[in-house]
Structure formats: C-alpha cells, structure tokens
Design a protein around this ligand. Structure first.
Ligand SMILES: Cc1ncc(COP(=O)(O)O)c(C=O)c1O
Length: 480
C-alpha cells in the first residue's frame, strides 16, 4: 500500500470521502438521502455510498468548481485544453464528440471496426461515414488497425470530410500507426478523433503506447472504468481545440449528459488520473511483469499455443498489458474453455471459438494470475482438437455496402422479415456480437447472405448477439 493517500492528489475523491459519512439533514434528491439503511440493511449497502455531484461533491447551486478543477488537472495530464468527466460511459463521450463535428449530412472518415456507440453518434449527428477497412494479421488472425494508405485514399477522395474517427486500440489491444495517420490527416486540415476506451492507461509507463493526444490526435475518449480503476460508466473526453470548436464540444457534451451525474463515478475518474500520475510507472511495471510471465508460462506449458505480443505487431502497435491466447493451432474451442473457467468461478473479458482474452489490471497479483493459469493450462492440454484455419472474427471482416446513411435508415419505416428474406434488403437495425460491440450490421447497410450466415454461426458458437430486435436472428428489421 502506498503511504500517501490518493485523496491528496484527487480533489473529487477527497470531497467524496468527506461528504460520504457527514451527517446531513437534506431535503433534496436522491430520495434515498444516503440513508437507505434506515429502511433495509441491504438497501443501505446499495445506496448509502451514492454521492451525487450536485448536492454532494458540489453545492446544489452547481458551482462546478471542484469538478472543473479535477477536469483541468486531467487536461494538464493529457496536455489537452478541453476535458470533461462523464458518468455516462464512453458511449456518452463518443456521442458528445460526434455532435461536435460539422453539420448534418457531412462526411466523416471512420474505421468500420468502431464501437456501436460512435456509430449511433453518427445517427444522432447525421454524419455520413466513409468506412475504412480493418486489416487482419495473417499470422494470428487478429485486427491490426487501419492502414495509412486507406486513410490517404479516403482523404483524397472526400475533400469535404469533417473528421477522421478511429478506435485505438481496438478491442484486442492492437493499434494503427496513429502518429503517422494524424500527421497525414492534419495536412488536409482534418481533425482526428480517437475512441481510446480501451487505453485509459496509455502513457502511464514508458513501455505503454502513448495516449492518442500525445500521438497527435485532436480528441479522445477513454473509459477509466475499463483498464484503470474508475467506477462502472466512468469516462473522460479530452481535446485540443486548434481544429475543433470548444463551444460545440461543450454543447455536444451537455446535450447528451445526464442532469444528475453520480459524483461517485466522477470522483473515480479523478482518482484514476491521480493514480496514474503518482504510481502509474510502478503499478504498470507489475502488470507488465505479470503479463509477460503469464505468456512465458502458457508458451512453455502448452506448446503450439499462439500468444501474440508487441513483437507480433511492432513497437507502439500493441498494448503490452494484453494477454491474448489464440487457440486455433491446437484446435481448441474457446467457448468450451470459457464454460469450464466459468464453472470454476473465473470470468474472461472475451472468449470466442478462436480467442481468449483475460484482462490483467493494476489490482492483479501473482496469485490471481497463477490461479487463472492453474485452471486454464490443464484444460487446454486436455482439450486439443482438430487443427483448423482462423475464422477471423466476423466483427473485423465487415466491408459493408451502404445504401442509406445511418440516420436515414434509423428513422426509416421498417418491417420485420425472416432473416433469409432480409438478404439484399437494407438493415434498419444495428446488430453486434458482444463483446466486442462492433456492429456487423448497421442501419443503412445492405444485408448479405455472408453476414446473416456469419451472425448465425457466431450465435450458435455461444457468443451473445446484442441489440438485434430478435436476438435469435430468426427475423431482422429492414427498411420497408
Ligand atoms: C471501443 C469502445 N468504445 C466505447 C465503448 C463504450 O464504453 P462504455 O461502456 O464506457 O460506455 C466500448 C465498450 O465496450 C468500446 O469497446
């Protein structure tokens, strides 16, 4: 344990700790008044730590002073000149950024392996995406990110584009050559927005990739609740406003922000920033050592297993804290592995037929990682099957034919038809295997036989199909 408490470096955490147990006689929301225990012990444990922003971390008159102070410390940390904390997840911050761009009907150049939240941001803002394909690594079947050549072609073909929107890192920790892409894109005067939901720890240690702004991006969002220590739904958006309009950023943020932010969530983003600033290098030294030793053990004890690392993707192109286990060369079914681990009380962030991805974070220890490997390795040794090819996850393979803009299709009259009858029609809905939450079908895109069959196969393999109106995929919603 660190001797200096984190609250010394995190104003919102400090206020939260003072306010949480302070006796009050308030007549404001939330209705539980942090006194749930008066009604029921379990209810008390659930709601008594719920300190709101207004009437909690801040006065009911909403001075915003403490929050602004915390956000400006984060802005300094990221070398940004605009920064906001959200209690609505990177879903909210992505949509806020989308609303800060251009005019309805404008073109954005975007990676097709973006998260559904940003695609729905395009619906809200009526932005028309020109999609960039995701490139797949032949050796390990994983997405490598966006190629600079594809960006160059799109910039030359769409001179009116109002932004380039990328997801960096992608869900499995791989990255594009972001610095070079930002330099190129800026030559066209176009801002670069990066969804860095999975990179909240970037920049906290010299061996980690730099965060998106340090690589030249104009704006980024990050989920502090993912790979740092934020409360669920904690997210931060940060920007440099040379190529973006500060007022539009604020307006986009406020338009989609709750009027009752949970102070607990906001304070956890402040605490996450303080933790990185004060102990990031030390904590990620340990995470990196844990992940490297787990990779070594897996390679030694399960010969033939593919465990990619920084060398697989190149320097700065992979988050070295990611432990990715590729089962294809041994013919093992990842869903069966997941089931076995789950029966033994272990959940993995991601498992599909070919890939396992346990997340190792700053709270893991040698014991926690060993106990995962002690369960995993014997099962892998027993479960070898027939060697097969990579069936690169459907989510990375989509190359859509767009018939309508996402917004036109979202609001169009629609009907529900048998999936086989939907082929050749225009999708009215968004369908995404989750995780990773990358839309395989998006509003406005033509439904193809390959996509329908691919989705059915993913569903049969045990992956959850999210957001479809009919999760069994017997029917699909198409534009009437
Ligand atoms: C790349 C990406 N962006 C944004 C989000 C949304 O983040 P949140 O869950 O914080 O709303 C996710 C969620 O998984 C994601 O993977």
């Amino acid at each position: 344990m660190n001797e200096k408490p984190l609250r010394n470096d995190a104003t919102l955490l400090d206020i939260f700790l003072r306010v949480r147990d302070e006796p009050r006689n308030d007549f404001i929301i939330p209705g539980h008044k942090r006194q749930g225990h008066l009604l029921d012990e379990g209810l008390g444990r659930l709601v008594d730590g719920d300190v709101p922003l207004y009437g909690g971390l801040d006065s009911i008159k909403q001075t915003d002073n403490a929050l602004r102070h915390a956000e400006s410390r984060a802005a300094t940390f990221y070398d940004a000149d605009w920064c906001r904390f959200s209690s609505g997840g990177s879903t909210h911050t992505n949509q806020a950024l989308a609303l800060a761009l251009g005019q309805p009907g404008d073109v954005v150049i975007a990676s097709r392996s973006l998260h559904r939240s940003m695609l729905l941001g395009f619906v809200l803002a009526d932005l028309r995406p020109v999609w960039l394909p995701t490139h797949i690594d032949d050796h390990c079947g994983l997405p490598r990110g966006t190629s600079i050549d594809d960006v160059a072609t799109a910039l030359a073909s769409y001179p009116g584009a109002v932004a380039l929107v990328l997801t960096e890192p992608g869900y499995v920790g791989t990255m594009s050559d972001l610095q070079a892409i930002c330099e190129l894109t800026h030559q066209y005067g176009v801002p670069v927005l990066v969804d860095q939901a999975w990179g909240a720890h970037f920049g906290a240690h010299p061996e980690l990739p730099r965060h998106a702004l340090a690589n030249g991006a104009d704006a980024m969002v990050t989920s502090t609740h993912k790979l740092l220590v934020g409360y669920s739904q904690a997210s931060v958006a940060a920007a440099r406003t040379q190529r973006l309009d500060r007022d539009r950023l604020d307006r986009g943020f406020e338009a989609t922000q709750t009027t009752s932010p949970a102070g607990t969530i906001l304070a956890s983003s402040d605490a996450s920033r303080a933790l990185m600033e004060t102990r990031g290098a030390e904590l990620f030294d340990r995470v990196l050592a844990l992940v490297r030793s787990a990779r070594r053990r897996l390679r030694e004890e399960v010969p033939g297993l593919l465990v990619p690392d920084e060398e697989t993707f190149g320097s700065g192109r992979f988050d070295p804290t990611r432990l990715i286990i590729q089962l294809v060369p041994l013919g093992i079914d990842g869903i069966e592995v997941e089931r076995h681990l789950s029966q033994n009380g272990i959940s993995l962030e991601f498992a599909d037929r070919d890939t396992l991805m346990p997340l190792i974070t700053v709270v893991d220890t040698e014991e926690s990682v060993s106990s995962l490997l002690d369960q995993l390795i014997p099962f892998l040794l027993d479960a070898r099957g027939e060697i097969r090819e990579f069936s690169t996850a459907l989510s990375w393979r989509v190359q859509p034919v767009q018939a309508l803009s996402p917004r036109e299709a979202f609001f169009a009259r629609h009907e529900r038809v048998e999936s086989s009858m939907a082929i050749g029609r225009v999708s009215a809905e968004l369908v995404a295997p989750y995780p990773p939450g990358v839309p395989v079908l998006a509003p406005g895109e033509v439904v193809t036989r390959e996509l329908v069959e691919g989705l059915l196969e993913v569903a049969r393999s045990g992956v959850r199909i999210a957001y479809a109106a009919d999760p069994s995929l017997t029917t699909l919603e198409v534009v009437a």
